[in-house]
Design a protein around this ligand. Structure first.
Ligand code: MN
Length: 324
């Protein structure tokens, strides 16, 4: 760690790959050119020198690792999805055991069978020591506000672990992206898709039924922190009178929702997220290796935060939320 510089950090959206899962990934890695795909694969499959050197350069003490999506959420056969999710989690547990000081893990779940997904989450947390789960968007068109997933929210609440919703493509290509392939993917549609997923959960009352539920969003909260006042102002007149919530929409962002800096290295949205949600709700991440870890590290070290806020965002919030 002799080259370490910068503030101490924990990173939450850090990805890996293993050969068994490349087929799932490649089917939906439509935004990565074939040449880049091969290069990224090598980096994703490394759990040693390369990954640890990047962490050391940026004083990232611990990375919480997750499979690069969508993984088994793209598997048509439910039994196969369940079996492969266990293989993925056992593989990750092995990697964490090799470097227990440096790595932690988010469970990979086959949501095609919500009860078995909840059971697997419990196994991962209780037996493998994982910190929660990462969900890659919709599964066969179903989002986490669907009643069938109550068992997953209930189990995550009982285990007191967060669910991180990572972007994925929607089940179809909405007409609004017609003739604009550049908008379909990380530039814009992932933000719309994932922000919408979170709002479906919020407005369906999941956080009223499970007040202890914890939801993490990447990309500085997928633009939602910018919109809190408007959610509060407009939702009652837009819901056609048959929806109730225990609190204002913005209150859930301060009680149930967290945002990571994954994929956004920019002071203005960081300040917006910290000011709108609270300094205890925003957590550093680099989205390794899809974004540049050195850029993320040096940016957060110099970002417009007080010393107290920087230690919370870079380190203490993750330690508390994930009980590391
Ligand atoms: Mn990511």
């Amino acid at each position: 760690m002799d080259q370490t510089s910068g503030h101490r950090k924990i990173a939450l959206e850090e990805h890996f790959m293993t050969p068994d899962f490349v087929d799932y990934w490649s089917k939906t890695a439509i935004n990565i050119s074939p040449g880049l795909f091969g290069k990224v694969r090598d980096v994703l499959e490394d759990f040693g020198e390369l990954r640890l050197a990047g962490m050391d350069r940026n004083n990232i003490e611990k990375s919480v690792l997750s499979l690069a999506g969508p993984g088994v959420q793209a598997e048509p056969n439910t039994a196969t999805a369940l079996r492969m999710a266990r293989i993925c989690n056992d593989f990750l547990a092995e990697q964490i055991n090799n470097q227990p000081e440096r790595y932690a893990g988010f469970a990979h779940l086959a949501l095609q069978d919500p009860l078995e997904a909840a059971n697997e989450l419990e196994r991962c947390v209780k037996q493998l020591g994982f910190c929660g789960a990462m969900i890659n968007g919709q599964t066969n068109g179903a989002y986490l506000d669907d009643d069938r997933f109550s068992v997953v929210w209930e189990r995550a609440s009982d285990l007191d672990v967060p669910i991180y919703i990572h972007p994925n493509n929607p089940p179809d290509v909405p007409y609004m992206y017609h003739n604009h392939p550049e908008l379909f993917g990380p530039v814009w549609s992932w933000t719309v898709e994932t922000g919408n997923h979170a709002l479906r959960i919020l407005f369906s009352g999941v956080f009223d039924r499970f007040p202890k539920a914890k939801l993490i969003l990447g990309h500085m909260g997928e633009t939602l922190p910018y919109q809190l006042w408007r959610f509060d102002s407009r939702w009652l007149i837009s819901n056609r009178g048959n929806m109730t919530l225990d609190m204002k929409p913005s209150d859930y962002f301060k009680r149930n929702i967290y945002a990571t800096t994954a994929g956004v290295c920019s002071d203005e949205p960081l300040r917006c997220a910290v000011d709108a949600m609270g300094p205890d709700r925003v957590l550093f991440s680099s989205d390794y290796p899809f974004e540049k870890i050195d850029e993320a590290g040096s940016w957060i070290d110099g970002a417009t935060l007080s010393d107290e806020e920087r230690d919370m965002v870079c380190y203490r919030n993750a330690k508390a939320l994930l009980r590391l």
